[in-house]
Design a protein around this ligand. Structure first.
Ligand code: MN
Length: 201
């Protein structure tokens, strides 16, 4: 059985960039529902019980046909949101990135501002619901987007940083203004967590 990990900070920790009410509903309702529905989908398949979430969502085509869609949506939702919570913090210096991620971004995109602009463009242009990602693939950094709760793992990419652009992630505070939400989000990135993922990549 999968369960929701504790949030690494209070609901209000990311104010004013992400409001406490959005955090509470997003974590305790949306994410919890993905976990509950994932467990419901898996309950008749005990031979899958020893698989972790990465293994489940990395090879959806190998799962029993009847649970491929629920695992894609709810397993992906669980994986993506866990990474999302861990990618944010209230107490990071946004102008002082760890050297490894700073160098990798500069090499791939020119500089941090160029990276942010390219990432924001991908996030803004994600039609409907989905995610924007900084990923590692074949030793390079790339910016990609996935629909719904699809994960980069399925594409052979290792997610380093992900942004939820479903309306439930920002609508209470930003309504239709997705670009403002994206701009605010840069203030709460946990670059140490991103740097650690790069080290393992
Ligand atoms: Mn979400």
């Amino acid at each position: 059985m999968f369960k929701l990990d504790d949030l690494p900070y209070d609901y209000s920790a990311l104010e004013p960039y992400i409001d406490a009410q959005t955090m509470e509903i997003h974590y305790s309702k949306h994410h919890q529902t993905y976990v509950d529905k994932l467990n419901a989908a898996l309950k008749d398949f005990p031979d899958l019980a020893d698989k972790n979430i990465e293994e489940l969502v990395s090879s959806i085509d190998n799962l029993p046909a009847t649970i491929q869609v629920p695992v894609r949506n709810n397993g992906g939702g669980h994986y993506n949101h866990t990474l999302f919570w861990q990618s944010m913090t209230s107490d990071n210096d946004q102008n002082n990135l760890p050297t490894n991620i700073s160098d990798a971004i500069n090499n791939a995109f020119g500089d941090l501002e160029s990276f942010k602009a390219e990432f924001a463009g991908v996030a803004i242009n994600r039609f409907g619901s989905g995610w924007a990602w900084l990923v590692g693939k074949d030793g390079n950094l790339e910016i990609i987007s996935t629909a719904n709760q699809d994960t980069p793992l399925e594409l052979g990419c290792q997610p380093l940083l992900g942004l939820d652009v479903w309306e439930h992630a920002y609508y209470l505070k930003y309504q239709n203004r997705r670009p403002e939400y994206i701009e605010a989000w840069w203030n709460v990135i946990n670059w140490s967590a991103v740097a650690q993922r790069l080290t393992k990549n």
